[in-house]
Design a protein around this ligand. Structure first.
Ligand SMILES: Nc1nc2c(ncn2[C@@H]2O[C@H](COP(=O)(O)OP(=O)(O)OP(=O)(O)O)[C@@H](O)[C@H]2O)c(=O)[nH]1
Ligand SMILES: [Mg+2]
Length: 371
């Protein structure tokens, strides 16, 4: 039988931990095809959390605890994962809050998804059947909903609805693969960073609905401003989509610059200038996207010269498609609405049609998941 370890980070959870552990133990007794172990990672809570766990551990051999220094939620998970892999032989590791916000009754649903082939299961409050607490103030609701939307759109990964909730089941190979990278994210942003890295390494990510229950006892440890800042910074520097948009902007400048040089200064024919400037921009976009935006799916020498040329050809076809779409859409809009506001139509067409179109096809046809 395979082992699943539920990792519970705690800091001053003495009023929640006993009930939580008892409930997890009750649920785990009903699970027949997994060995369930629990690991509490306590950051030297001054309120005696560790003592409660140690006392319970005397009567339950599946309950383990380690004590660490207080250096953030991400660090607690890194310490927990490392201990777990060295001592508890896990096939799957769970992340779960210890303040009773996450319902232990959901554990079997996570394991079922793992058995169905998922590598990383996310407990989502934002899919059908999931929820955030009704009694949360409007500010907290907006903070949570908006935060997740910004991350979803920032990464342009719309299929995943939940990035911040720390109720997850993750296969050990993924933890092993990413633990060194994740050491750089000791705070709450760790959750976003882990999911992002997992997706980029080709993990099968699935969601299950969870109902998030508001903390009743103890107090929140989150520093909202630090969290927002770290998260936005993370998304900005790691989003393939944002990098792709920046590369597109650079391509535009190159295209425009060369056109200007050839048409205005060298007085080359417009058709020839356009071909040269557009193709130079396409080549530069291809190289920059390959080396930077889609680095994790890079087409390298290893994939062979043929595959490189074929990818470049496909890139050219998609890019030419975007020129045709843009030309057609500009002709149609200016014919209907007149020329006065042509630049507004152009901006709208680029942002609403061209960018999603190219991003979609580059992902599907050029930089496919290739390990
Ligand atoms: N070991 C350890 N655990 C932590 C640390 N910071 C937070 N935790 C635990 O991580 C879990 C989530 O923290 P919370 O403070 O509940 O954060 P939250 O769930 O985002 O916020 P609330 O909804 O307000 O509770 C809880 O079990 C905390 O006890 C830490 O530095 N070390
Ligand atoms: Mg909480």
């Amino acid at each position: 039988m395979k082992t699943a370890v539920i990792i519970l980070p705690t800091y001053n959870e003495s009023r929640n931990i006993k009930e939580l552990l008892n409930r997890i133990i009750v649920v785990s007794k009903k699970i027949e095809d997994w060995i369930i172990k629990i690991l509490v990672v306590d950051s030297s809570s001054p309120d005696g959390t560790a003592e409660i766990v140690k006392e319970m551990g005397k009567y339950n051999k599946s309950l383990h605890i380690i004590s660490t220094e207080k250096s953030g939620l991400g660090q607690a998970y890194i310490d927990g994962f490392s201990y777990c892999m060295e001592n508890l032989n896990p096939y799957v590791m769970f992340e779960m809050d210890a303040d009773l916000s996450h319902n232990p009754d959901d554990i079997p649903a996570f394991l079922n998804k793992i058995q169905d082939g998922a590598d990383f299961v996310v407990g989502s409050r934002y899919i059908k059947g999931g929820s955030i607490p009704k009694n949360w103030g409007i500010d907290r609701k907006i903070f949570s909903i908006l935060g997740n939307l910004v991350i979803r759109f920032g990464f342009m990964k719309l299929s995943i609805t939940e990035w911040t909730n720390g109720y997850r089941a993750i296969k050990t190979w993924l933890v092993k693969e990413h633990i060194d990278t994740l050491r750089g994210y000791t705070g709450y942003v760790f959750q976003v960073a882990f999911l992002d890295n997992a997706i980029k390494s080709g993990a099968v990510v699935k969601e299950i609905p969870v109902n998030f229950i508001d903390r009743v006892e103890g107090s929140s440890k989150i520093d909202s401003f630090e969290y927002i800042y770290q998260t936005l910074k993370y998304v900005f520097f790691h989003s393939t989509f944002i990098k792709f948009a920046i590369v597109g902007g650079v391509g535009f400048i190159i295209d425009f610059g060369i056109s200007f040089l050839l048409i205005e200064i060298i007085t080359t024919a417009v058709w020839l200038s356009t071909i040269i400037s557009a193709e130079t921009a396409i080549v530069s976009n291809f190289i920059l996207n390959n080396k930077w935006s889609f680095k994790h799916k890079k087409i390298s020498r290893k994939s062979g010269r043929k595959s490189f040329i074929w990818s470049f050809l496909k890139f050219n076809i998609i890019a030419s498609g975007s020129i045709i779409i843009q030309t057609t859409a500009m002709t149609v809009t200016t014919n209907i609405f007149g020329l006065t506001y042509w630049y507004i139509y152009k901006v709208l067409i680029i942002t609403l049609v061209i960018i999603p179109y190219s991003y979609f096809f580059y992902n599907k046809l050029v930089w496919k998941e290739n390990g």
